[in-house]
Design a binder for this molecule. Structure first.
Ligand SMILES: NC(=O)c1ccc[n+]([C@@H]2O[C@H](COP(=O)([O-])OP(=O)(O)OC[C@H]3O[C@@H](n4cnc5c(N)ncnc54)[C@H](O)[C@@H]3O)[C@@H](O)[C@H]2O)c1
Length: 258
């Protein structure tokens, strides 16, 4: 089994859903984890829980769209633990509307968290990793980059933007030892997914059951499904996986268009 033992890892959006699952798995796997988000209470509680279990986890309160906050998170990892082996740029925000109803506030909110956030993470993490001659940057994109989700044009565009960003970063920085990988989740049971059910005529449980029936593996994804994949992608065993987007969607993208 791959291991992140003793590796120093930063997770953004690390206190809910997928990021929380990653923070927990990486810390329990022996990594020294800095987990960052704008959820102070949840972050403090998560770090305390993992520390009490005997693992190493620091919470950093910060907004990924603010340059100083991202720089501070990277600086914290390096000053406390001496290096930065892996970053999971995972923080994300989803709002839905047709383009004709779009407000610029919604546009910039999604672009700032979903696209600018990973850009800033890359800006500050890459120089550290290049100095080390080694490092891995994983970004959470989405099947929304491949599918025309109704009423989610801007969200889809930000996630597709990450796919292009990953490929470009690979050509610029992999010769100096940094790998870049995208993980593209399908439908994962998280607070973000639950929030997206608000306003539907059916209860969440019924919507989830309907969706699960349509996914080839007949279930929704769990944060742990993503966390196990990211743990492997950050490990040395995955050293030849670079510039790739790994679909983690239970076969959703294999479905025929009828
Ligand atoms: N849940 C799904 O079905 C699904 C599918 C595909 C992709 N994704 C992507 O996975 C990632 C995680 O989503 P999730 O479902 O776990 O959502 P979630 O809402 O449970 O968690 C999002 C996390 O991002 C953090 N965050 C939001 N804005 C932030 C900001 N400005 N600065 C720092 N942190 C911020 C939140 O505090 C939270 O910790 C997102 O990028 C999302 O787009 C989710």
């Amino acid at each position: 089994m791959s291991s992140l033992q003793e590796k120093v890892v930063l997770v953004t959006g690390g206190t809910s859903g997928i990021g929380e699952g990653c923070t927990e798995l990486f810390a329990r796997d022996g990594a020294k984890v800095v987990t960052m988000s704008i959820q102070a209470k949840e972050g403090e509680a998560l770090a305390k829980r993992l520390t009490t279990e005997g693992h190493t986890c620091l919470f950093h309160y910060g907004d990924v769209s603010k340059e100083a906050d991202v720089k501070a998170a990277v600086d914290l990892a390096v000053s406390r633990f001496g290096r930065l082996d892996g970053v999971h740029a995972n923080a994300g925000l989803m709002r839905n509307q047709k383009i004709t109803d779009l407000t610029l506030e919604d546009f910039y909110a999604m672009v700032n968290v979903n696209l600018l956030g990973p850009v800033l993470v890359a800006k500050y993490a890459i120089p550290v990793m290049e100095r080390q001659g080694k490092g891995v940057l994983v970004m959470t994109t989405s099947v929304a980059a491949d599918i025309g989700f109704p009423c989610h044009g801007i969200y889809c565009a930000t996630k597709a933007g990450l796919v292009a960003l990953i490929r470009s970063l690979t050509t610029d920085h992999s010769p100096k030892g940094v790998r870049f990988v995208g993980v593209s989740p399908g439908t994962i049971d998280t607070p973000m997914l639950a929030a997206s059910c608000a306003g539907w005529s059916k209860p969440k449980e019924e919507i989830y059951a309907d969706v699960a029936r349509r996914i080839p593996v007949q279930r929704l994804g769990k944060p742990a499904d993503i966390a196990h994949a990211v743990r492997f992608l950050m490990s040395d065993e995955a050293g030849f996986i670079n510039g790739s987007i790994v679909n983690l969607e239970g076969g959703t993208l294999c479905l025929p268009p009828w």
